[in-house]
Design a protein around this ligand. Structure first.
Ligand code: NDP
Ligand code: TDO
Length: 287
C-alpha cells in the first residue's frame, strides 16, 4: 500500500477518511490536523514531506465558512488558494500525487443542466472564487493531480446542513428553507470511499472530476427528508432565495454530472436519500 498523507484531518471529510481507512484496514496513512500540518507553513509542510515521502497527498484543508468568507477574503484566499498551491509545489518536489477537493460553488449556477468538468466556471461568491483559484494554482504547478469537485457535504462529523437541521428541529417549531437552490447532497463517507477507491485503482488519468451522490434536490426538500427520516415534527416552509437573506449569494442550480469519475473507476454512486438514511441512523445511535 502506498503511503498517504492527509491534511485538514480534523474537518468533516478528514474524519470520514479516517473512518473509511480504518474500516478497510489500510495502514500507512498519516493524518495531520490544522495545528499539526498548517498548509500555509512551508517549513512544516516540507518537513512532513521529507519524513513521509508520500505517494499520495489528500488535501481536505479548506476555509469553508461561505458567508464569513465574504468579509474575510484574505484568509479564505490564503487557505483555499495558497494552501493548495503549497501542497502542489511540494507534491512536485517529492513526486507525490495530489488529491484535492473542490466545490460545485465554482459554477455560476445558471446552466439548466448538470455541469460537466469542462464547463465554464464563474464563481459568484468569495468562497467559490478562492476554491477556483486553488484549482488553477494546482493545475499550473503539478500535472499529477486529481481535483474532485463535490457538493453539499454532510456526515456525522463536524458542522453541516443535516446537523444544523437536527439542532434547529429541537429548538424551533417552524423553519423557512430556500426551495429555489437546486443541487445534490453528498454523504462525506461516500466521497471518502471514492477517494480511497481512486488511490487503490489509480489509472493515472489526472484532472478534474465531479463527485456527489445521485439525484437532485433543493435545500427545502433536503431539510424535509432530514425531518421525515429522523421522525422530527416541525413545520418547514419553502421560501425563495430573496426571502432568506445571506451574506454570500449561492448558485441557483449546481448539479454536477458524474459520468467521468463513474467511468474511470467503474463505480456506482449511492442515491442521496439512501445515504442520508444511513447517516441519520448513525447519528440517532450516537444519541
Ligand atoms: N462542507 C461542504 O459542504 C463542502 C465542502 N467542499 C470541500 O470539501 C473539502 C472538505 O470540506 P469539509 O471537510 O466539509 O470542511 P471542514 O470545514 O469540516 O474542514 C476543513 C478543515 O480544514 C482545516 N484547515 C483550515 N485552515 C487550515 C490550514 N491553514 N492548514 C491546515 N488545515 C486547515 C480546518 O482545521 P481546524 O479545524 O484545525 O481549523 C478544518 O478541520 C474542502 O476542500 C471543501 O472546500 C466541497 C463541497 C461542499
Ligand atoms: C440554516 C438555514 C439555511 N438555509 C439555506 C441557506 C443556504 O442557501 C442553504 C445551505 O446553507 P448552509 O450555510 O448550511 O450551507 P452552505 O455553507 O451554503 O453549503 C455549501 O458549503 C460549501 C462549503 C460548499 O462547498 C457547497 O457545496 C455547499 O455545501 O440553506 C435556509 O434556507 N434556512 C435555514 O434555516
Amino acid at each position: 500500500m502506498s503511503k498517504i498523507i492527509v491534511f485538514g484531518a480534523s474537518g468533516q471529510l478528514g474524519q470520514c477518511l479516517k473512518q473509511v481507512v480504518a474500516e478497510q484496514q489500510i495502514t500507512d496513512v498519516h493524518f495531520f490536523s490544522g495545528t499539526e500540518g498548517n498548509v500555509l507553513n512551508m517549513d512544516v509542510l516540507d518537513e512532513i514531506f521529507k519524513n513521509e515521502h508520500p505517494a499520495y497527498c489528500i488535501n481536505c484543508a479548506a476555509y469553508t465558512a461561505v458567508d464569513k468568507a465574504e468579509d474575510e477574503i484574505e484568509i479564505a484566499r490564503k487557505v483555499n488558494k495558497d494552501g493548495a498551491a503549497n501542497l502542489a509545489q511540494l507534491c512536485k518536489t517529492y513526486q507525490s500525487t495530489l488529491i484535492h477537493v473542490s466545490t460545485d460553488f465554482v459554477f455560476e449556477g445558471t446552466a439548466p443542466y448538470p455541469q460537466v468538468e469542462t464547463d465554464a466556471t464563474n464563481p459568484i461568491n468569495v468562497y467559490g472564487l478562492t476554491k477556483l483559484e486553488g484549482e488553477q494554482a494546482i493545475a499550473a504547478t503539478l500535472p499529477q493531480h486529481y481535483i474532485i469537485r463535490t457538493s453539499w457535504l454532510y456526515s456525522e462529523h463536524a458542522n453541516n446542513f443535516v446537523k444544523t437541521m437536527l439542532r434547529l428541529g429541537k429548538e424551533k417549531d417552524e423553519l423557512k428553507i430556500i426551495a429555489d437552490q437546486i443541487g445534490t447532497p453528498t454523504y462525506a463517507i461516500d466521497l471518502a470511499r471514492c477517494i480511497v477507491h481512486l488511490i487503490l485503482n489509480d489509472k493515472h488519468q489526472y484532472g478534474v472530476y465531479h463527485y456527489s451522490n445521485e439525484g437532485v434536490t433543493s435545500w427545502y426538500d433536503f431539510a424535509k427528508a432530514v425531518f421525515d427520516i429522523s421522525g422530527v415534527q416541525i413545520r418547514v416552509l419553502p421560501v425563495r432565495t430573496s426571502e432568506y437573506i445571506t451574506k454570500a449569494i449561492r448558485p441557483a442550480y449546481s448539479v454536477m454530472d458524474k459520468t467521468k469519475i463513474k467511468t474511470m473507476l467503474g463505480i456506482e454512486v449511492p442515491y442521496w436519500r439512501e445515504s442520508l438514511n444511513i447517516c441519520i441512523t448513525k447519528l440517532q445511535k450516537q444519541q
